[in-house]
Design a protein around this ligand. Structure first.
Ligand SMILES: [Mg+2]
Ligand SMILES: [Zn+2]
Length: 184
């Protein structure tokens, strides 16, 4: 059975984007994220993080630090009764990458590579799935991967991407996805 999947950008959707966040002390969680993910878990949706990590490319932190940080993030979700099922990251940058991270890759959003990889590795129903992001590149990646619903958190009022629904906060996402749950 192919499952609907909640694809989440990380910086600006899970944690407040203070710029290259990779430590607990710099972490503020975006209001509503634990509730949104817990609802997705309860409804049998997969929850998959897809995140550009140019900080790795630029040498601000390494992959080990990224994984350690994500272990901590996952533990915070667990403490709130929520679960992130999988995490995909792009460590590349086409201009500012150092060494092997200097690359024109197919995973850095707006390319759809991370989402397509998740779809290859898990039984996912793209059309029944949703992508939540705070940038145009998130919306484009979701669109190119065939994700059915696109939520642009704090997006511009003029719909730059007609398929994307602008939302003010994560509660709006939950209410649009699962209207009956608003009184839970
Ligand atoms: Mg972001
Ligand atoms: Zn990449």
């Amino acid at each position: 059975m192919r499952r609907p999947t909640l694809f989440l950008d990380r910086d600006g959707v899970i944690n407040v984007d203070h710029g290259y966040v990779h430590t607990p002390d710099k972490t503020d969680f975006v209001p509503g994220i634990f509730e949104l993910v817990a609802q997705a878990n309860r409804r049998g949706w997969l929850v998959v993080v897809v995140t550009n990590q140019a900080g790795i490319a630029r040498g601000y932190y390494d992959e080990r630090q990224f994984h350690d940080y994500m272990d901590w993030v996952r533990a915070q979700f667990q403490r709130q009764g929520a679960r992130l099922d999988a995490i995909y990251f792009c460590p590349h940058h086409p201009q500012h990458g150092q060494g092997r991270y200097l690359a024109e890759c197919d995973c850095r959003k707006p390319a759809p590579g991370m989402l397509l990889k998740a779809m290859a590795e898990h039984a996912i129903d793209p059309a029944a799935s949703a992508m939540v992001g705070d940038t145009r590149t998130d919306m484009e990646a979701g669109l190119r991967a065939g994700v059915g619903r696109l939520y642009w958190l704090g997006g511009p009022t003029d719909a730059e991407i007609p398929q994307a629904l602008r939302v003010a906060d994560l509660e709006d996402v939950a209410q649009d996805l699962w209207p009956s749950s608003s009184t839970e």
